[in-house]
Design a protein around this ligand. Sequence first.
Ligand SMILES: [Zn+2]
Length: 69
Amino acid sequence: MIGYCVRCRAKQEMLSATRTLMKNGRRAMIGLCACCGTKMSVAGKWDDAPEAPELKTPENSLTASRKSG
Ligand SMILES: [Zn+2]
């Protein structure tokens, strides 16, 4: 995955690329510059990356039984 590194001021290979959501809800990738290790992000590149396990939510996390009284 290739992203733009603000420190290198050039396109660099992104390490540990992971899917994330930006504050505005748009898709983005975050990772580390392979050259200098600076954190970098690329908008709208989810199709290129494997699915991040962190985005998976357990099915029964909100279905806990609750008794009143
Ligand atoms: Zn860099």
